[in-house]
Design a protein around this ligand. Structure first.
Ligand code: ADP
Ligand code: ADP
Ligand code: ZN
Length: 215
């Protein structure tokens, strides 16, 4: 099963993608996580993407597509995967479809987690991420048991540099211009499903598992 998570930055794609990955034993593939890991390690890729990410702009398609195709060609992706944060532009979606078509394959579901812009800034200003395992929390909505400490691995929780309000606004406008057109793209393919992302985390997950189990 190949699932794409769509939605604005902060809509809860990553949170849900991790839960789907656990329940259905699929790898969770996040281009944002791959870029951040490279930034942290100071790799050549990390240096190339830093300026884009800092500004809240998209990393160029060519570079992003190369990283993604390399990742999904790995053995653990043979039986499917959950894509979180990819595709983010129509050209990215077209390349993915073309590559899958070569293998006689296709994306099964595109799940759009809908959250209005008004809720997004609050979601992102409260987001905290584990420096070690990448688990994500929210200071009000999904707090860790102990403030500033990851429940899963005990490491420190930090705020992402690009979650500052100025960058969030920029990312939201990039989303509306470049990513939201994918909703139409997957609707036309007949695989778009929409869930109400303003519900609590477990209710959103319930709606998503109902969609997957029906598929
Ligand atoms: P969020 O879901 O909160 O927006 P991500 O972790 O998905 O955050 O992405 C963080 C940043 O990484 C984006 O703002 C962008 O700079 C870069 N990025 C991630 N995925 C892509 C992609 N598919 N295409 C271009 N840039 C991307
Ligand atoms: P995305 O991957 O779409 O950028 P995240 O999954 O990182 O979004 O979620 C953004 C923030 O909102 C995080 O702090 C997360 O803990 C929180 N969050 C996720 N889902 C919900 C929800 N259903 N209700 C409230 N807060 C949520
Ligand atoms: Zn952790």
């Amino acid at each position: 099963m190949k699932i794409i998570m769509l939605g604005a930055p902060g809509a809860g794609k990553g949170t849900q993608a991790k839960m789907i990955a656990d329940k259905y034993a699929l790898p969770h593939v996040s281009t944002g996580d791959i870029f951040r890991a490279n930034l942290k390690e100071g790799t050549e890729l990390g240096m190339k993407v830093k300026a884009y990410m800092d500004q809240g702009a998209l990393v160029p398609d060519e570079l992003t597509v190369e990283i993604l195709l390399d990742r999904v060609s790995k053995d653990d992706c043979k039986n499917g995967y959950v894509l979180d944060g990819f595709p983010r532009t129509i050209p990215q979606a077209e390349v993915l479809d073309k590559e899958l078509e070569k293998l006689g394959d296709a994306v099964d579901l595109a799940i759009d987690v809908e959250v209005p812009d008004e809720n997004i800034v609050r979601r992102m200003s409260g987001r905290r991420a584990c420096v070690k395992c990448g688990a994500t929390y929210h200071v009000e909505h999904i707090p860790p048991k102990q403030e500033g400490i990851c429940d899963r691995c005990g490491a420190e929780l930090i705020q992402r540099d690009d979650d500052k309000p100025e960058t969030v606004q920029k990312r939201l406008s990039v989303y509306h211009e470049q990513t939201a057109p994918l909703i139409d793209y997957y609707t036309k393919k007949g695989i778009l499903k929409t869930v109400d992302g303003t519900q609590d985390m477990d209710a959103v997950f319930g709606a998503i598992t109902a969609i997957i189990d029906r598929h």
